[in-house]
Design a binder for this molecule. Structure first.
Ligand SMILES: Nc1ncnc2c1ncn2[C@@H]1O[C@H](COP(=O)(O)OP(=O)(O)OP(=O)(O)O)[C@@H](O)[C@H]1O
Length: 969
């Protein structure tokens, strides 16, 4: 059973091999025909039927034979293309169309003594298995003939390679042997011996055939012997002795090889060759190998098992590792988040404490082989990034100072201005900062209008010099003292600490570049032993940003960009003469800067800003409410070690300086107005104090003064309103016969520059006077007073209505006096529009109803509080001062007070009013005033009088922003 299965398998294997070989040969035939005639349109691996159909009309065969042997078929019947033939394969062609061609071809093949086939082999109906093989053999013999012809240049020869179907032993042929015939190895047979022979005539064909058979047999035998395998030693010996016909030899080798081929089951088979020799070790070898194989199998199984174990362990380890990596990455993420948060919080704390931020920049080494004591690790191209938030702060109204510090040659100028003559992308912080300012300004142009101005100065040998001055001679000759600038407090003038330095408006980064170039050219730079272009001065580029928002709020912030001159050891920089002097100045001013920093760090009460121009100029940045950042620069070289340490120590000290939280300079329009109001009140207070001093003097000798005082025309005085010039203007107006107003009683017209004259100067006229934003007065009935009545630059106005006569009944009936504090949105509100709020002023017994608009914000109310207290002080304080002056005991005190009240109201004080105010009647003063023929007491209610008095009091001190209104009852 086993044997029959084995035989069946063997047959099947042989059959499939045979089919493979046949297909292979067909493929070779097609390949060759295509190489000879060009593409024929047939697939590379045609079936036998396809192949035959393709050749059936004989056209291709005739063309092929004519190509390799011109004239072999004298007349070829042309027909459809093979492709057409193929596609129309199912339609039988007329026999005559191909019969002639095929017949002619077969005749030609016979003439060439090549293997032929029967014409019927190409007929479809009679086609039987294996008939295609004959056709293939014929074509391949043509191919061999052609190849031989090409090689020898003569008529060629052919290798009569028959297909396995026509070879007797083909069924039993070992695959290796057949491969030797049909595969590449066959082509590697040495053909040189054959090629050496020249056959010249057609008559040699018979000999030629014999010769070819002999030679091919010989070659094949040699090839087989060369490979030696399974060839009987006797056969080998006979072959070597050359005592046998090569073809016979080949046949014997083939048959012996096929006989000796190894069988699947060695022990059951006979190793014939070995048995013949009698020394067969194959069995032992086989057993040994079998054992080895078994061992190996066992080993393989074991290894597989181990491998599986390892695989399992590896998977487990990988899983564990994955879990651990995940945990680690979670922890790392958390850590980075915490670090980031810490950093943010740290910066926040720094901001709240107002610490000066310090960054350190390390210059790259210039000499590759130099020994560096400090190495920079990381990227060096984002220096500006950390300073960017500060630049944004400038646009929000904060003052900012960025200064570069470090030894000479450590890269301060490189950081602040960029490399000299560098490209725009290499520009330093100065340019980048201004660029950013413009960018932000453009981004916010719909809500805030910005104006950016630039000043650039240098402090050279303790002199401040303008680097943007038109007159270049002032900068070209630094030793001339012709352009020394004075440093002032920032609160002076326009908030400029250098009001005399050129201020240039800039609108674009190009403007900035031009200015910076100008400044760079004008700056004093010299070559020293440490730096070819050493800056010999401190350069301060100040950017002023003026902003105004939609609501009218304004701010003015400053950005100082400071490139300090480098500290230098004169022995190292090898400077002499002027350079030495410069170095000394530089070192001295830097030492002053150090002193200031130390004092600030130690929170000393005295900070020595005034010790140098540099510290004076940076005063508000180092000790004010600015945001300050220092860029400490160090050189990496070994010989700069001590300077590096000094710089780092200085940087450390600077980082401990707490400036306090930075303040924005931004103020809403309301706050601004209220601040101005306070200023005006302060001014008024000062004026009033001066008056009081004069008043007290007047009270001492009122009679004399009054006697000397000539009567004057009545006038409206606003001297107490803090604008003497306008009073003068009004006086001159009156003199010139300005607008007429209803006359007052004579007593109120009697004015004097001293003493009682004050009473009249404060007296209000009995019509409403409006002061518009241009500073012009208008009467209630729109009669314009042409002369300015005080400069009111914020658009607010004063509305005052004085009684036509203090005794006027209509007036008394109409008047309810309210003081209204003006707010931006509240121009001239009607009574109903204004929310009432009563405030009590702690004047001596005066009660004044105020109207305050409650819609203001917290800051406004804070300012209002201070305003109120200022007003209180103004009234109380000044009187207190007067009483202080007069020591409270002097009769002058009360008389002065009454006189003052009189001066404010034009109404003589009376006992009843005084009692209502809680004050004591002052007989002396009353007497004095009576003697002085001051206006007689008016008949009005005490309450009204006191209200009026207090209102006027306030009016007198707050001329600009206080609106006095009257409403009819
Ligand atoms: N980060 C840097 N990358 C490349 N070159 C640099 C860098 N920093 C400085 N340099 C170069 O080093 C040299 C000295 O730099 P720079 O003039 O800016 O020093 P400095 O501190 O301003 O010196 P001084 O105080 O004497 O004016 C210059 O040639 C500059 O181009």
């Amino acid at each position: 059973m086993e044997a029959s299965v084995s035989a069946g398998t063997h047959d099947f294997t042989m059959a499939s091999r045979k089919a493979e070989e046949t297909a292979w040969r067909r493929f070779q035939a097609v390949q060759w025909l295509e190489s000879l005639l060009g593409p024929l349109g047939i697939s590379n691996q045609p079936s036998e039927r396809e192949f035959i159909s393709f050749l059936r009309n004989g056209l291709i065969l005739c063309n092929a034979i004519n190509k390799i042997h011109p004239g072999a078929v004298p007349k070829v019947v042309e027909n459809q293309s093979p492709l057409q033939l193929l596609t129309r394969e199912n339609q039988p062609l007329p026999a005559y169309q191909y019969f002639e061609n095929v017949r002619n071809f077969l005749v030609a093949v016979e003439e060439l003594k090549l293997p032929a086939f029967e014409a019927s082999d190409l007929e479809r109906d009679t086609m039987e298995a294996g008939s295609g093989a004959k056709v293939v053999d014929c074509i391949l013999s043509l191919k061999s003939f052609h190849e031989g012809k090409q090689t020898t240049g003569a008529n060629g020869f052919y290798k009569h390679a028959k297909s396995p179907s026509v070879v007797n032993a083909a069924n039993r042929m070992h695959s290796r042997a057949s491969a030797a015939i049909s595969s590449d190895s066959c082509r590697r047979l040495d053909m040189s011996a054959l090629c050496g022979r020249q056959l010249t005539s057609e008559g040699d064909n018979g000999k030629l055939e014999e010769y070819f058979v002999e030679s091919i047999g010989k070659l094949l035998a040699e090839y087989m012997v060369g490979s030696k395998e399974n060839i009987d030693d006797n056969l080998l010996a006979s072959y070597r002795n050359r005592d046998m016909d090569p073809v016979k030899q080949f046949n014997r080798i083939m048959s012996s090889g096929l006989e000796e081929q190894p069988q699947d089951n060695f022990p059951e088979q006979q190793c014939k060759a070995c048995l013949r020799k009698g020394n067969c070790h194959h069995r032992d070898l086989f057993k040994m190998q079998e054992k080895e194989l078994l061992d190996l199998k066992g080993l393989l199984l074991e290894t597989k098992k181990d491998f599986k174990g390892l695989q399992f362990q590896l998977q487990r380890d990988l899983k564990d590792l994955g879990t651990q990596v995940q945990e680690l990455s979670t922890a790392a993420l958390g850590y980075y988040r915490v670090v980031k948060e810490n950093r943010t919080l740290y910066n926040m704390v720094q901001d709240l404490k107002g610490n000066i931020r310090v960054y350190c920049r390390i210059r790259p080494s210039f000499v590759a082989e130099a020994i560096n004591v400090i190495d920079f690790i990381g990227e060096d191209d984002e220096v500006y990034k950390d300073t960017q938030p500060l630049i944004r702060s400038v646009m929000d109204g904060y003052n900012v100072c960025i200064f570069a510090y470090g030894q000479t040659g450590s890269g301060k100028t490189h950081t602040m201005s960029g490399p000299s003559g560098g490209l725009t992308r290499d520009m330093g912080i100065n340019y980048l900062a201004l660029n950013d300012l413009f960018r932000i300004s453009n981004g916010r142009k719909d809500i805030i209008s910005y104006e950016i101005q630039v000043q650039m100065v240098e402090i050279y040998n303790e002199q401040v010099r303008d680097l943007l001055a038109e007159d270049s001679s002032t900068v070209k000759y630094p030793f001339l003292d012709i352009h020394k600038l004075e440093i002032r407090s920032c609160t002076s003038d326009n908030g400029l600490s250098l009001p005399d330095a050129t201020v240039r408006s800039v609108k674009s980064t190009n403007d900035v570049l031009n200015l910076m170039k100008l400044g760079e050219v004008n700056r004093v730079v010299s070559s020293t032993g440490m730096n070819d272009r050493s800056s010999r001065s401190h350069c301060v580029l100040t950017v002023h940003v003026h902003g105004k928002d939609e609501s009218g709020g304004k701010f003015h912030s400053r950005l100082h960009l400071v490139d300090l001159a480098g500290s230098e050891r004169v022995d190292k920089s090898e400077v002499t003469g002027d350079r030495l002097k410069e170095a000394q100045y530089i070192n001295r001013s830097l030492s002053c800067l150090g002193d200031v920093i130390t004092a600030l760090a130690q929170k000393n009460s005295h900070i020595p800003y005034r010790n140098s121009k540099l510290t004076l100029l940076l005063q508000d940045s180092l000790g004010g409410h600015a945001k300050t950042l220092m860029l400490a620069h160090v050189s990496p070289e070994e010989d700069s070690f001590s300077e590096t340490i000094t710089t780092l120590k200085f940087a450390q000290r600077v980082s401990t300086v707490e400036l306090g939280a930075a303040h924005s300079n931004k103020e809403s329009s309301e706050v601004m107005q209220l601040k101005e109001q306070i200023e005006s009140l302060k001014q008024a207070l000062a004026n009033k104090e001066a008056q009081n001093v004069r008043l007290s003097k007047t009270c001492e000798k009122p009679r004399t003064i009054l006697e000397r005082t000539p009567p004057r025309p009545r006038r409206l005085s606003i001297e107490n309103c803090g604008n003497v010039k306008n009073v003068k203007a009004m006086n001159s107006e009156d003199k010139k016969g300005g607008p007429k107003t209803p006359s007052l009683p004579n007593r109120s017209r009697r004015l004097s520059s001293d003493g009682p004259s004050l009473l009249r100067r404060i007296t209000l006229r009995p019509e409403t006077v409006l002061i518009n934003k241009y500073g012009h007065c208008q009467t209630q009935d729109e009669e314009a007073i042409t002369k300015p009545f005080g400069h009111l630059d914020n658009g607010s106005f004063l509305l005052a209505k004085a009684p036509r006569s203090p005794t006027s009944a209509t007036f008394q009936k109409r008047v309810t006096k309210q003081m209204i504090l003006k707010t931006p949105n509240h121009k001239c509100a009607t009574k109903s529009e204004v929310k009432m709020k009563k405030l009590t002023l702690s004047t001596d017994n005066l009660t004044t109803p105020y109207m305050v608009n409650d819609s203001t914000n917290g800051k406004g109310s804070h300012i209002r509080k201070s305003l109120r207290s200022t007003i209180g002080k103004l009234i109380n304080g000044s009187e207190k001062r007067v009483s202080k002056i007069n020591d409270g005991k002097s009769p002058v005190t009360s008389s002065a007070r009454s006189l003052r009240r009189q001066s404010l109201t034009g109404i003589q004080t009376s006992g009843s009013r005084r009692s209502s105010l809680g004050g004591k009647p002052d007989d002396n003063c009353a007497k004095d005033t009576r003697n002085a023929k001051t206006p007689p007491p008016v008949h009005r209610s005490t309450k009204l009088t006191s209200q009026w008095l207090s209102s006027v009091d306030v009016l007198a001190t707050a001329p600009v922003h206080v609106l006095l209104r009257y409403f009819d009852n």
